[in-house]
Design a protein around this ligand. Structure first.
Ligand code: NDP
Length: 261
């Protein structure tokens, strides 16, 4: 899966799945643009990419701000001259009740971060992807599918919207040679729950409980999701578009009935 001379833009590259993805693309020879708000953490990813032999374009930006999104695309094209792969990964996962007084603020912030920013970046990237016959990988979640997560209506709705947006754009851009897919991870060990106010102890307890529930008996690692993203972005997946690629250690199989042997 060589990405030699391919230009890849990864949002949310300062942490977790996005950081692992940027580093994996750099290791495969890609020229990478990395986006995030936390410059300290983004610098750590940049250092790791450079160690793999590819100095990335560092873009400190907030994907919820239109002017930042426009700058992300301008800087990428000015620096590299083209775009081959867009990975829309930046996301938040607030843990919030629909009964909470600030439920509408949570909904707006989640939809703006997880969905509107993807629509905007896709709109700006599409002409360049048509030119390069490139592709898009959107990082969704099994929360968009049959797994219903408590206190997660805003998050799950944003990801379900993202999946259907992906299919609509995949159809529209197929005729122009551009593929668009999602990867839908189950629980992965990252900072996302702590960023939503969950303590490290609560997160570890949740991950331990999930490990016991899922058929493969484990939770995901960011590098495993990065592997799927690289596959979907590669020519090996040239027949794959409009798909939701689940990587969840078997969690969406919940509800299975095992006949005793
Ligand atoms: P992390 O919290 O580790 O990373 C989230 C990334 O998104 C950070 O780099 C953060 O950067 C970035 N981000 C968030 N808001 C913004 C913003 N407004 N502007 C720019 N960047 C932003 O979480 P994960 O790696 O787990 O999450 C990555 C994706 O994976 C998300 O879309 C998430 O929904 C999805 N996912 C995660 C699962 C999990 O269990 N971890 C399961 C299923 C899906 P910064 O703070 O620097 O801005």
């Amino acid at each position: 899966m060589s990405f030699q001379n391919k230009v890849v833009l990864v949002t949310g590259a300062s942490s977790g799945i996005g950081a692992a993805t940027a580093i994996a693309f750099a290791a495969e020879g890609a020229r990478v643009a990395i986006v995030g708000r936390n410059e300290k953490k983004l610098a750590v990813t940049a250092e790791q990419c450079e160690k793999k032999g590819s100095k990335p374009l560092f873009i400190a930006a907030d994907v919820t701000k239109d002017e930042d999104v426009i700058r992300i695309m301008k800087d990428t094209i000015n620096h590299f001259g083209k775009l081959d792969v867009l990975v829309n990964n930046a996301g938040i996962a607030p843990n919030a009740s629909i009964l909470a007084p600030d439920a509408m603020d949570t909904f707006d912030k989640t939809m703006t971060t997880n969905l509107r920013s993807v629509v905007h970046l896709t709109h700006l990237a599409a002409p360049y992807l048509v030119e390069s016959k490139g592709n898009i990988v959107n990082v969704s979640s099994i929360a968009a599918l049959s797994v219903v997560v408590n206190y997660s209506s805003a998050y799950s709705t944003s990801k379900a919207g993202l999946d259907h947006f992906t299919r609509c754009v995949a159809l529209e851009l197929a005729a122009k040679g551009v593929r668009v897919n999602t990867v839908n991870p189950g629980p992965v060990k990252t900072d996302i729950l702590e960023s939503a106010g969950v303590t490290a102890e609560q997160r570890d307890a949740m991950m331990a409980a999930v490990s016991k529930m899922v058929p493969l008996g484990r939770v995901g690692e960011p590098e495993e999701i990065a592997d799927v993203i690289l596959f979907l972005a590669s020519d090996k997946a040239k027949s794959v578009t409009g798909s939701t690629y689940v990587s969840d250690n078997g969690m969406v199989m919940n509800g299975i009935m095992q006949i005793p042997e």
